[in-house]
Design a protein around this ligand. Structure first.
Ligand code: G3P
Ligand code: MG
Length: 233
C-alpha cells in the first residue's frame, strides 16, 4: 500500500509548505499530495480559497497579488510555495499528486509537469493530477490522453467506481468515511487503483490493507510506514 503524504507531512510541519514537503521526502514516502490554486500567472500550493486558516492573511487568494501572497506567513515562518518550488524540492525523489483546487485551466499545470520532467529528474508517470471537478479531469484527458488522472469522490456512488472508467482515470480517490469493500472490489475489477483519504488512525490503515487498497493519503506518513511494515507480522 502506497503512503502518500497528505499536503506534505502535515502533522510534522505546516501543511502544503516546503517544510512539510522536505519532511515527507526525508521519511521516504512513496508520493506527496499538494493542493494547487492559480494566483495571477503563477500556480501556488495552498488548500483553501480563503487565507485565514493556514496563513496570517485575510480574504481570498484572488483578492491578493502574487507578490502580496508570498509575503504571508503560512506557519512557522514558511511561505506559500509555488508548485515549481515544490517540484524542485522533490526533484524526482518520490511521486507527486497535484490536486487541482482553484484551477480553471489545466494547461499551465501540464506545462509545469513537462518542465519538471525535462529539468528535475521526474518521469512522466510520477505525476498524477486529481480533482473533485471531474470536468477538469475530462479536459485533461482530452488535451493529454497519456496523463494519469485520479478522480476524487467524497461519496460511494450507486454505480461505485464507474466515474473512474468514464474518465479513463488511473485511480479513484475516495474519502475514508465513504469507502467500502464492494467499492474497492468494483474499482479493481475496472483496473482502477484505489487511494483513500485522509487516513491517520492505525486501525483504519489495517482495515484498508486487508481490503487491498492501493494507497492512503495520510498526515502521519511516519505512523503509516510503521503500520505497513508490521501489518503481516
Ligand atoms: O487528495 C486527497 C484529499 O486531499 C482530498 O481532500 O480537502 O484534503 O484536499 P482535501
Ligand atoms: Mg487535497
Amino acid at each position: 500500500m502506497l503512503i502518500i503524504a497528505h499536503r506534505g507531512a502535515s502533522k510534522l510541519a505546516p501543511e502544503n509548505t516546503l517544510a512539510a514537503i522536505e519532511q515527507a521526502v526525508r521519511l521516504g514516502v512513496d508520493a506527496i499530495e499538494v493542493d494547487v490554486h492559480h494566483s495571477e500567472h503563477e500556480l501556488v500550493v495552498i488548500h483553501d480559497r480563503w487565507l485565514h486558516r493556514t496563513t496570517n492573511g485575510q480574504g481570498r487568494i484572488q483578492d491578493h497579488s502574487f507578490v502580496k501572497l508570498r509575503e504571508l506567513d503560512a506557519g512557522s515562518g514558511e511561505r506559500i510555495p509555488t508548485l515549481w518550488e515544490v517540484m524542485t524540492a522533490i526533484h524526482g525523489r518520490c511521486d507527486l499528486n497535484i490536486e487541482l483546487k482553484g484551477i480553471q485551466d489545466v494547461i499551465p499545470v501540464l506545462t509545469l509537469v513537462d518542465k519538471a520532467v525535462a529539468e528535475l529528474d521526474f518521469r512522466p508517470e510520477q505525476f498524477l493530477l486529481s480533482a473533485f471537478n471531474h470536468h477538469l479531469l475530462f479536459e485533461t484527458k482530452r488535451i493529454r490522453p497519456e496523463m494519469q488522472v485520479g478522480a476524487l469522490t467524497a461519496s460511494c456512488p450507486l454505480d461505485y467506481a464507474n466515474f473512474g472508467s468514464v474518465l479513463g482515470a488511473y485511480s479513484v480517490h475516495i474519502c475514508m468515511d465513504a469507502v467500502t469493500q464492494p467499492f474497492v472490489e468494483d474499482a479493481h475489477s475496472r483496473g482502477l487503483a484505489v487511494y483513500v483519504y485522509t487516513v491517520d488512525e492505525p486501525e483504519d490503515m489495517h482495515i484498508l490493507i486487508d481490503w487491498g487498497v492501493d494507497g492512503i493519503f495520510t498526515n502521519r506518513p511516519d505512523t503509516a510506514m510503521n503500520v505497513v511494515a508490521k501489518h503481516s507480522h
